[in-house]
Design a protein around this ligand. Structure first.
Ligand code: NAP
Length: 252
């Protein structure tokens, strides 16, 4: 029997790394995708191996189709695909829409949206009973930004995550009777390096007093929700979007 395999995009750091560590148990192989930070991905792989699990780090930009095909080829080599966590995502520097270049917009939508579509496409081609697969689960990582819109900061990012919400619902219904569940989480402010990559390293400190729980969430708290949605415990949950925002997503 070939080993069940789960791909986690952006598995080297933050929420994705936590998901990899939690899903990386004996009897399952995790493909830890990363964009450039090999050392961080190797550390995640080593942690999984320490716990008796199997893992492979695979470099690849989800916005590049050739990289996505290579990523899924690595999964095929390791066993049979049972899950995808579409987690890789980026923000950019704070800008108003009237300042945004086409290069910025293309990068944002290519990584956050087209990358998620390409990975979902490859996962469905392998897991759908329509294509001879045995079923599986997909979890997309959206953002509370899709509800808030992130004015003055990154409306492009928020819009890319709004499209992730829509893709989650549509794809879930498309493959609901093909053995695949598709869900999403919508994190609020989570304490990861994402904020520094958007030029605001102290964003968590700046915002926490304004958050309903007076603190940011942790990568582990989001990963726990993702792990549940990926699991058989969520066997009747599909097309759903779970806010993991400490109340931020429902603020008026
Ligand atoms: P993070 O700490 O910045 O980590 C980002 C991860 O994505 C890294 O593993 C990075 O790889 C990878 N990555 C970036 N661009 C990629 C690409 N083009 N192809 C493949 N991998 C790529 O981010 P995070 O906070 O964990 O965010 C994870 C997801 O949660 C994102 O989709 C983000 O939008 C969403 N989210 C985060 C928050 C938050 O407050 N942190 C809130 C809502 C939603 P390298 O290590 O190689 O760079």
């Amino acid at each position: 029997m070939s080993e069940p395999v789960v791909i986690v995009t952006g598995g080297s750091r933050g929420i994705g790394a936590s998901v990899c560590r939690k899903l990386g148990v004996p009897g399952r192989t995790i493909i830890v995708n990363y964009a450039g930070n090999k050392a961080a991905a190797d550390e995640v792989v080593a942690d999984i191996q320490k716990n008796g699990g199997k893992a492979v780090a695979v470099q690849g930009d989800v916005a590049r189709e050739a990289d996505v095909l290579a990523l899924f080829h690595a999964a095929d080599e390791a066993g049979h695909l049972v899950g995808l966590v579409n987690n890789a995502g980026v923000v950019d520097m704070s800008q108003r829409v009237d300042e945004m270049s086409v290069e910025r917009l293309t990068r944002m939508f290519s990584i956050n949206l087209i990358g998620s579509f390409l990975c979902a496409r490859e996962a469905v081609r392998r897991m759908s009973t329509r294509h001879g697969g045995k079923g599986g689960a997909i979890v997309n990582v959206g953002s509370a930004a899709s509800k808030i819109g992130s004015p003055g900061q990154y409306v492009d990012y928020a819009a890319s995550k709004g499209a992730i919400d829509t893709m989650t619902v549509g794809l879930a219904l498309e493959v609901a009777d093909e053995g695949i569940r598709v869900n999403a989480v919508r994190p609020g402010i989570i304490d990861t390096e994402l904020h520094a990559s958007g030029g605001i390293p102290d964003r968590v400190a700046q915002l926490q007093s304004k958050l309903p729980m007076k603190r940011a969430g942790t990568a582990d708290e989001v990963a726990d929700a993702i792990v549940w949605l990926m699991s058989d415990q969520a066997s009747y949950t599909t097309g759903d979007i779970l806010d993991v925002s400490g109340g931020r997503a429902i603020l008026p």
